[in-house]
Design a protein. Structure first.
Length: 101
């Protein structure tokens, strides 16, 4: 086969590659763990609130959610309107202004 020096170099390259891949996986696991921890802490903080504050927090979350939904729907309507106007303008141009070919 190959000489021992070449095999040793390949082994070192593989070890370096494996060593570099391990922190990436750990970072991804840590990020998901941080998300879970922050969600748990948010849930614990919510459970610690008095009833009136819970109702207020839910109302604020509902208002924010509905406002975001409204904004997204307005954006979609605007995109559809611009596309419709563009198509209508193109058809009008072809019908009235374009020379007959």
């Amino acid at each position: 086969m190959s000489n021992p020096d070449e095999m040793r170099r390949k082994l070192e390259d593989l070890e370096a590659e494996v060593t570099n891949d391990v922190p990436r996986q750990g970072t991804q696991e840590m990020a998901s763990g941080q998300k879970a921890n922050s969600l748990k802490s948010l849930q614990a903080a919510f459970e610690g609130l008095p009833t009136v504050a819970k109702v207020a927090a839910i109302a604020v979350a509902l208002v924010l959610g509905l406002s975001i939904l409204s904004m997204v729907l307005k954006l979609v309507v605007s995109v559809v309107l611009v596309a419709t106007l563009g198509i209508g303008g193109y058809v009008a141009y072809k019908l009235f202004l374009a020379e007959d070919s």
